[in-house]
Design a protein around this ligand. Structure first.
Ligand SMILES: Cc1cc2nc3c(=O)[nH]c(=O)nc-3n(C[C@H](O)[C@H](O)[C@H](O)COP(=O)(O)O)c2cc1C
Length: 186
């Protein structure tokens, strides 16, 4: 699949069949995640791959007000993306930009998008999840103190007839400024 085609046709999937994700498929998507760029190649991400139905159920139950909570329950795999603050954007443990410790979020997002696009190429669905109680999820997976939970995605086979509509995007003219913003009076 061409990269630009994959980028444009990937959709968020919130319905899954119970068809298994093979070990090869799982390895392929996780391998794509690890090839994402990161601050000074810090790779401060860590992924909890949840296969156990009981753990998955407890995480799904902890989601409130999220229209993807059923997807977490249905999909055969749930990937919890974690990160270790204090590496990305830091030198000798101290932040070196005005973004403080938050660069790990950027790195983790790049890894998750790699993962989602690789899944899409394999005919698997994902949906980035950000609306959940990270402390509750961390507690369910016994997260070590040095890590934080950043995001999650179910991974599985969407129903054969699934074709979620593409939510509209802003036009390029709305999101690009060439060279510099205009300053009134200059
Ligand atoms: C950082 C982030 C957090 C998101 N959190 C959720 C979420 O908690 N629940 C959900 O159903 N979708 C979530 N989404 C999916 C977005 O709603 C979706 O990507 C957007 O509507 C565009 O649709 P598309 O992915 O099909 O192009 C999230 C997406 C991103 C990038």
């Amino acid at each position: 699949m061409e990269v630009i085609h994959a980028i444009k046709t990937r959709r968020s999937h919130r319905q899954y069949t119970d068809e298994v994700v093979t070990a090869d498929e799982l390895n392929a998507v996780m391998d794509a995640a690890r090839w994402a760029p990161s601050w000074a190649n810090s790779q401060s991400w860590h992924f909890v791959v949840v296969l156990d139905k009981g753990v998955k159920s407890r995480i799904a139950d902890s989601l409130t007000g999220n229209r993807a909570s059923q997807a977490v329950q249905q999909a055969p795999v749930l990937i919890v993306c974690c990160a270790e603050p204090g590496k990305s954007g830091c030198f000798d443990g101290a932040p070196v930009t005005d973004k403080g410790l938050s660069w790990y979020m950027y790195d983790a997002a790049l890894a998750m998008q790699n993962l989602s696009l690789a899944a899409h190429e394999l005919g698997l669905g994902t949906v980035h999840l950000g609306r959940f109680d990270a402390a509750a999820v961390g507690s369910i997976v016994n997260l070590p103190d040095n890590l934080v939970v950043v995001a999650m995605t179910p991974l599985g086979h969407p129903p054969a007839d699934a074709s979620p509509p593409a939510p509209p995007r802003k036009r390029l003219e709305e999101i690009i400024t060439y060279d510099a913003f205009e300053r009134p009076g200059i």
